[in-house]
Ligand binder design. Sequence first.
Ligand SMILES: Cc1ncc(COP(=O)(O)O)c(C=O)c1O
Length: 362
Amino acid sequence: MPTLATLATPAVLLDRQKLAANIRGMQAVCDEHGVELRPHIKTHKMVAVARQQLAAGARGLTCAKLGEAEAMLPSGVRSLFVAHSLVDPGSAPRIAALADQLDDFRVAVTSEAHAEALVRLAAAVGRKLGVMVAVDSGLGREGVRDAGAAGRIVTRLARCAQLEVRGLYTHEGHFYGIPHDQLAARAAELVDRLCALRDSIDPALAVWPGCSVSARLIALASAGRVQAVRPGVYMFGDLSLTRTTGVMQSEDVALHVLATVVDKPEPGLALIDAGSKTFSSDRTPDGISALAADGRDLAVMRVNEEHGYVRGSAVDALQIGERVIFTPAHVCTVVNLTDRVVVTEAGQPVDTWRVEARGRSQ
Ligand SMILES: Cc1ncc(COP(=O)(O)O)c(C=O)c1O
């Protein structure tokens, strides 16, 4: 195995101990409050990580795409939810195959318009499928906008023998923009709202909210009313969870990018060999693609495909050829850009893991 000093860069590093601690930490909160953990695998896309989540007690996995779901089967998962608006009749054989290989396979219905498409798709699948009804809780993406629409969807799907409504879910992605001191109250409000909606339709339905910003707070506020949460980023972490929302400590982040300083073309600027093809183009709300993980004032403020522009008070002390470890702004898009991650222990490479579901966006 190469060392951190000899590894080809840019490289994506995954700290094994921190990963395990983050998986255990979220599972412990969920277990304590009687809420199932159904992690969204779109962040890690790796069978090895899914296996660890399941071994720690995760009840099932969540995916965005059928390709991700297929890629996760070797993890031994038995319960899987595809939280996306499936519409393509051509995908029916793949859905049937997934349903045949799992104990519990659920799909999403995301609006009244989508319900019609899902009914047509289910007829082509020819299997009984569990359905979770999406509720828009403020992101303004998929999900019913009011209780009337939710009720009409449940009534509509009740006439379809292949579809069985099992619960409600929401992705409260707008929580990434809520000030830290308001998060707990907003999570408690969200739980109240979703549970009231559920009780107005059918108290036997499950309620599955919970992203990485809100999952712990929702478990705390659940009081037996919420059945599962589906966070994705929590086991790696990134600047969205540390700097932007403050729900994670920087020292707990498990995934980083190792980059090399390749040029210092003018005072106050260093160029590294990692750009948008490593960090993606996602940035924090204050315009940062990545920050030095060791606390030095080094920020990637701009990216081209293979260059990162590093600014900050520590830039002029950098040497060409020096290696710097960065915490990316958004980890999901970083992982989706790499075939393999380098697993580290005590800061040194010990293994490489393949990102099996990388690019499985169909
Ligand atoms: C439907 C759905 N569920 C769960 C998640 C997980 O959220 P996070 O990555 O913020 O933990 C996402 C993230 O995009 C999502 O779209």
